[in-house]
Design a protein around this ligand. Structure first.
Ligand code: NDP
Ligand code: 8X3
Length: 249
């Protein structure tokens, strides 16, 4: 068996591009997401061994059960990429939808914790000096108006990554983050609940990042020798200077 990587949220965008990049590099892959058909289509076009696990990461029992179904050999995970995540809405707190807040917190923070807990314990039990990479965001570095709760979840991801880097230090497990800026994926369509016109406007008038730009950065981090840990990588489109300053034509 080749080296095994688990990527959460591989049915679209950054996760899908990372699955393609890691498969080209010869990794065996465990790919997760809710959309089973997309997982199966992706697995079918990759030329490496793939296990697909379909579950809602907000559901702790479903997540735990799904990971438990992996055959023992597939639990020898060397690379975990915590990528599944989303934003819902773009409103000030005083007009925000509490259900959106729950969705973001349950997915971006609690879901990430559930998977991290299980897989990091597997790495420790199996004496695997693996690597865990959390997909944060520029929203984990700064806050922008109306991004309040999404930004809070990504700030939480940054804090969890720093804590895990300390906790897993005795085991030789590397922990790092990638913080992308504006990347054209399904992210804004999801944020605006299917309003594709509104979503397209986010990326109009400048050249945003592509999911493959982030996948290339992941490969760079993964391909460092084991004594090198890229702890934190912030990647923005050239047109973007901050969350709120984007040079548009
Ligand atoms: P996409 O919407 O294209 O992909 C999101 C992925 O997350 C999908 O595979 C989706 O799978 C999965 N996901 C979402 N909710 C759940 C859930 N409840 N259970 C399981 N899987 C879930 O967005 P991106 O590729 O852009 O986002 C990937 C990560 O990158 C996210 O963490 C996002 O916050 C982060 N990011 C994105 C940026 C951007 O500008 N696009 C910039 C910075 C960070 P499914 O729907 O099938 O469950
Ligand atoms: C996604 C980037 O600026 O839309 O994390 O929050 S942003």
């Amino acid at each position: 068996m080749n080296r095994i990587a688990l990527i959460t949220g591989a049915t679209a965008g950054i996760g899908e591009a990372m699955a393609e990049a890691l498969s080209e590099a010869g990794w065996s892959l465990i790919l997760t997401g809710r959309r089973t058909e997309r997982l199966e289509l992706l697995a079918a076009r990759l030329s490496v061994s793939v296990k697909t696990l379909s579950f809602d990461i907000r559901d702790r029992s479903a997540t735990t059960l799904a990971l438990d179904t992996l055959p023992e050999a597939w639990k020898n995970i060397e690379l975990l990429v915590n990528n599944a995540g989303l934003s819902q809405g773009l409103d000030p707190v005083h007009q925000g939808n509490p259900e959106d807040w729950d969705t973001m917190i349950d997915t971006n923070v609690k879901g990430l914790l559930t998977v991290s807990r299980i897989v990091s314990q597997w790495m420790i039990d199996r004496h695997i000096q693996g690597q865990i990479i959390h997909i944060s965001s520029t929203a984990g570095k700064e806050v922008y108006p109306n991004g309040n709760v999404y930004c809070a979840t990504k700030h939480a991801v940054e804090a969890i990554a720093k804590g895990m880097r300390m906790e897993l230090n005795p085991y030789g497990i590397r922990v790092g983050t990638i913080a992308p800026g504006l990347t054209e994926t399904e992210f804004s369509v999801v944020r605006f609940k299917g309003d594709t016109e509104k979503a397209a406007k986010v990326y109009a008038g400048f050249e945003p990042l592509k999911a493959t730009d982030i996948a290339e950065a992941l490969l760079f981090m993964v391909n460092r020798p084991t004594h090198v840990n890229i702890a934190d990588l912030v990647i923005m489109p050239t047109a973007q200077a901050s969350s709120t300053i984007v040079l548009k034509k």
